[in-house]
Design a protein around this ligand. Structure first.
Ligand code: SF4
Ligand code: MG
Length: 324
């Protein structure tokens, strides 16, 4: 029952440039003390409004960034501070899928070249073997093998995301970080891509860190869900639990914001007021307090910690008592 990924108290604080001086004491606390784990074959959904630090967290886990604090253990190895030149084996095992496939696919290269590249970087196989693998990959993501000779712009958004997915799974990774993989797609296409991801997970025993701002999207693919606000995880629970028994006021407001298909069902939509505050000067105490509908006086002074509240659920709120 070893975790594949163990993230402990992870921080990514970017120094902030003010004027011409780089003031060493001003930081953007994009990720500020985050802990979670992901088991083999498991999907953790990571949800929060834009700017909450979820993409930065994903990039830290993929070691596209070097974290400024805490630790990341992957497959039993501490990868937190591995220098770039030793990251090549890790680049096989941890892959990313991005929101906009066009941004991540080099538009001047054919799809075949794009999908061959991971093998070339890893010095795997000769040209004929690689081309055979490319054809297999295209087939695996539901595209015809002849797509290899075409260019990304010749495909629809959904097809381009299939190409992005093919590239991500090319090297048989263990963990795929999906950063808003369907946010840019039409709703009808979204479910096709989500189904593909679920099928590939079963076939290749993948673990996913599935990042989204939309709880409804995450619901269908996640075993567990973590809710993030201003650089911190405020609640985690099993996927079914979070929708019916969310305990943190921020999670509750995200769930209340999911559109209800039945117009006769009267659900009080709790609308969050105000924007997400800046992670450069986060509010004191519980950083959600300026927007929290049930905040108390102590909330602006005391920072709540993420506590086990029973039933494999954790929450960081003064009004939600931890398990004794
Ligand atoms: Fe709201 Fe206070 Fe709980 Fe923060 S600690 S979520 S401000 S009640
Ligand atoms: Mg993002």
């Amino acid at each position: 029952n070893e975790a594949l990924l163990e993230v402990d108290n992870l921080c990514m604080h970017f120094p902030v440039r003010e004027g011409l001086l780089l003031r060493a004491r001003t930081f953007n606390r994009a990720v500020d003390g985050v802990s979670f784990s992901i088991g083999p074959g498991e999907t953790l959904g990571l949800v929060g409004e834009s700017g909450c630090g979820k993409s930065t967290l994903g990039r830290c886990v993929a070691r596209l960034y070097r974290p400024t604090g805490g630790s990341i253990r992957f497959n039993g190895q501490d990868i937190t501070h591995l220098p770039d030149r030793t990251l090549r084996p890790l680049r096989r095992d941890i892959q990313m899928i991005f929101q906009d496939p066009m941004e991540s696919l080099n538009s001047r290269h054919t799809v075949g070249d794009i999908l061959e590249e991971p093998f070339i970087v890893q010095k795997l196989g000769g040209r004929p073997w690689r081309q055979k693998r490319v054809a297999e990959l295209l087939n695996t993501v539901g595209l015809p093998a002849r797509s290899a000779s075409r260019y990304p712009f010749e495909f629809s958004g959904g097809q381009r995301q299939r190409i992005g997915i093919a590239r991500a799974i090319a090297l048989n990774p263990k963990l795929v970080i999906c950063d808003e993989p369907v946010s840019a797609l039409d709703v009808s296409i979204q479910s096709q891509i989500l189904n593909l991801l679920v099928d590939l997970q079963r076939e290749f025993k993948l673990s996913y860190l599935f990042i989204a701002h939309d709880l409804a999207v995450v619901k269908h693919v996640s075993d567990r869900v973590a809710i993030m606000y201003l650089g911190k995880i405020v609640e985690t629970a099993a996927s079914e639990t979070i929708y019916h028994q969310a305990r943190h006021p921020y999670s509750q407001s995200l769930i209340a914001a999911i559109p209800v298909p039945d117009p006769h069902r009267r659900v009080q939509r709790q609308v969050l007021h105000g924007d997400v505050p800046s992670p450069i000067n986060p509010p004191s105490g519980c950083s959600f307090h300026p927007r929290c509908p049930v905040a108390e006086e102590r909330c602006s002074r005391q920072t709540p910690t993420l506590l086990d509240i029973g039933g494999n659920q954790l929450a960081a709120c003064h009004l939600v008592p931890g398990r004794p």
